[in-house]
Design a protein around this ligand. Structure first.
Ligand code: C5P
Length: 230
């Protein structure tokens, strides 16, 4: 029912916890920078029209490719927080992407996203007005005090972990992110901005191996998962 979608890829995080001076998205994963795995997987998806990669202002590592798998690969400069970077990416999309068009947002740090999960998000999310990949919380959730002790146990029902991609209409998501920013609220994902704007994004269950690579151990795990999660 839909045409192909553009994908905004926030990659302007400094994320230097794992690799010293090099932002984590440029650290090698199986001999290739982490971000390239993510971009190749997105570009290979038949429902992706093009990629808008959001880079840090002083990014010295971006190789500068203008297309990938025959699809346009554009870049723009991000902001201080992830939500600022996503808004910058939405603004920089080509004019042909209308306000009513659905756009995917996917973290550069999630290279193991499955093709079938992206397709299901698009299939179920478009009739629902937008949605996100996630998974119901399976562990028991504790409320910690400053003393490092558990002081309470949160109910687990109806609690989900939010992944990416998240998919919303370009115009509605831009307005929601701008409204949050003007209110001084740093939203941690697109769905949070949409919830604040009165929307109820559809939760589409996706594979839990769509991990966000954050620590050194995650690099080893992602290398194991990559060939198993096409
Ligand atoms: O820091 P975290 O792992 O939550 O970042 C998620 C994604 O958002 C990463 O791909 C990171 O590069 C991106 N990001 C961004 N702009 C920021 C902070 C993070 O594009 N200011």
């Amino acid at each position: 029912m839909s045409g192909r979608l553009w994908c905004v890829v926030p990659a302007a995080g400094r994320g230097t916890r794992v690799g010293g001076d090099i932002p984590k998205q440029y650290l090698p994963l199986g001999g290739k920078p982490l971000i390239l795995h993510t971009l190749e997987r997105l570009a290979a998806h038949p429902q992706v029209a093009g990629l808008m990669v959001v880079l840090g202002a002083r990014d010295e590592h971006w190789p500068g490719a203008g297309e990938l798998a025959g699809k346009p690969l554009l870049t723009c400069v991000g902001g201080a927080e992830r939500c600022d970077s996503v808004l910058a990416g939405l603004r920089a999309l080509p004019a042909a992407v209308t306000d009513a068009a659905f756009v995917l947002v996917h973290d550069a740090a999630r290279p193991c996203v499955r093709t079938a999960d992206i397709a299901r998000l698009i299939e179920l999310g478009i009739p629902a007005g937008g949605g996100l990949l996630g998974a119901p919380l399976r562990d028991t959730l504790k409320r910690a005090g400053d003393d490092g002790r558990s002081h309470d146990t949160e109910p687990r029902d109806h609690r989900w972990r939010a992944f990416t991609p998240q998919m919303f209409r370009r115009g509605e998501l831009s307005a929601a992110l701008l409204a949050a920013s003007l209110a001084g609220v740093t939203v941690s994902d697109e769905a949070m901005a949409m919830e604040r704007a009165g929307f109820a994004p559809l939760l589409v269950e996706g594979a839990e191996d769509n991990i966000k690579v954050t620590t050194a151990a995650d690099f080893a795990l992602a290398e194991f998962l990559l060939p198993r999660t096409q």
